[in-house]
Design a protein around this ligand. Structure first.
Ligand code: GDP
Length: 370
């Protein structure tokens, strides 16, 4: 039975409208004292650990639950999981490489999620399958994921041919990069033929994403004051296409002006891809106009670069970069976790900060230790 209870404070002469319904709770078995033995914990059945074979078969049969679990395994920082993940990856490797990898970047609020939902739904209609991976290294600074709110991709998330995965919050750029590369391969092995790698445009991220994708799309909004800034920062130089979003309502003319400005600026910049002249387009992700044109450009690009060999050349180059990144990441880990370094580093840092010793001397002192 539901109990009806009046709160402690109610206006004078109040009737029943201030009463609250209280759902009868379960009696707690805790005796109020700390410690585990003081109450009976119900034994829960342990979840069976998946074997390497379970992961591999699950991914290859496009089981989205196992796919998600495999990515979690990849993202884990524990050594035990690392070894297993690498074995899974090794077995899946022959099935990878068959997707078109597309990087999508833009400042927060540019409309990335809305655009991905619109383009993603178009791809679904054309019987493509799509995995969306969101890299968000900035979340370690903001303590909240800028890309975490994926609710704007509602329709896409519900489609059986799509898979959406935000990156683990709080990761370092290096680690997130390695994991995203591996996650891309896992999604390819699962048979997704298009992969979007979405990231917030904050300088370094764009360069990282460029090193992982075949096509790089920069999302912009007109009148945000970041047009020229973007050109200065060189981000525009990384893009195979620039898309001015929110070309709707009063903003349409401004978007068109921005499109022309960017097209002009691109005349003076080098293209990031041999044999391809970057395009500038406008679209409205919200009213879904200009979306199929973006896809047409991407397909045209793919045809050109596959035929010219630039596609394969870039992937080979990216693999080489990946290898070096892995070595660098590992060496840094080994170095900073070495007991001798751990012992002397805090003091040296203090001395450099207070100007007692020059940074160069401190660096050599550290490097001589191992
Ligand atoms: P993100 O931070 O880059 O992922 O941007 P969102 O997709 O979350 O969009 C930010 C805001 O811009 C939201 O309020 C969207 O509704 C809005 N928005 C996105 N695309 C468009 C568009 O094409 N036109 C207009 N007018 N608003 C848009």
């Amino acid at each position: 039975m539901k109990k009806v209870k009046k709160p402690e404070w109610v206006p004078k002469n109040a009737g029943d409208e201030f009463t609250t319904r209280v759902v009868q709770g379960k009696e707690s078995q805790h005796n109020g004292m700390p410690g585990r033995k003081s109450y009976n914990r119900k034994k829960l059945p342990r979840r069976r650990q998946l074997s390497v074979e379970d992961y591999v078969c699950g991914v290859l049969s496009k089981d989205r639950t196992i796919l998600a679990q495999t990515i979690t395994l990849i993202e884990s920082n524990s050594q035990k999981h690392f070894d297993k993940a690498q074995e899974v990856l090794k077995q899946l490797l022959p099935y990878t490489g068959n997707s078109l990898r597309i990087g999508i970047t833009g400042v927060p609020g540019a409309g990335k999620s809305t655009f991905i939902e619109a383009l993603g739904c178009l791809l679904m209609k054309q019987d493509n399958s799509l995995a969306v991976l969101a890299i968000d290294p900035s979340s370690s600074l903001s303590k909240g994921s800028v890309l975490g709110d994926k609710t704007r991709m509602e329709k896409l998330a519900m489609h059986p041919n799509s898979f959406i995965r935000p990156s683990p919050a709080g990761g370092k750029l290096g680690g997130v990069t390695r994991k995203t590369r591996e996650t891309t391969l896992i999604c390819e092995a699962a048979g997704y033929d298009v992969i979007f790698i979405e990231t917030v445009g904050v300088g370094q991220n764009e360069i990282t994403v460029r090193s992982m994708v075949d096509f790089f799309l920069l999302l912009k909004i007109a009148g945000a004051g970041d047009e020229l800034q973007g050109i200065k920062k060189g981000v525009v130089e990384l893009a195979d296409a620039i898309l001015i979003n929110k070309a709707d309502g009063d903003n349409k003319t401004r978007a068109e002006i921005a499109r022309r400005d960017f097209a002009n600026a691109l005349n003076y910049l080098r293209s990031p891809t041999k044999g391809w002249k970057p395009e500038v387009l406008t679209c409205s992700a919200i009213s879904e106009t200009g979306i199929s044109e973006v896809w047409d450009i991407i397909k045209k690009y793919e045809k050109i670069v596959r035929r010219s060999g630039v596609f394969t050349e870039r992937r080979n180059q990216q693999n080489l970069g990946w290898m070096h990144d892995l070595v660098n990441e590992h060496l840094l880990n080994v170095f900073y976790n070495d007991p001798r370094i751990l012992e002397i580093l805090p003091n040296l840092e203090k001395e450099v900060r207070s100007g007692k010793i020059p940074p160069t001397k401190a660096a050599w002192k550290l490097l001589k230790e191992i």
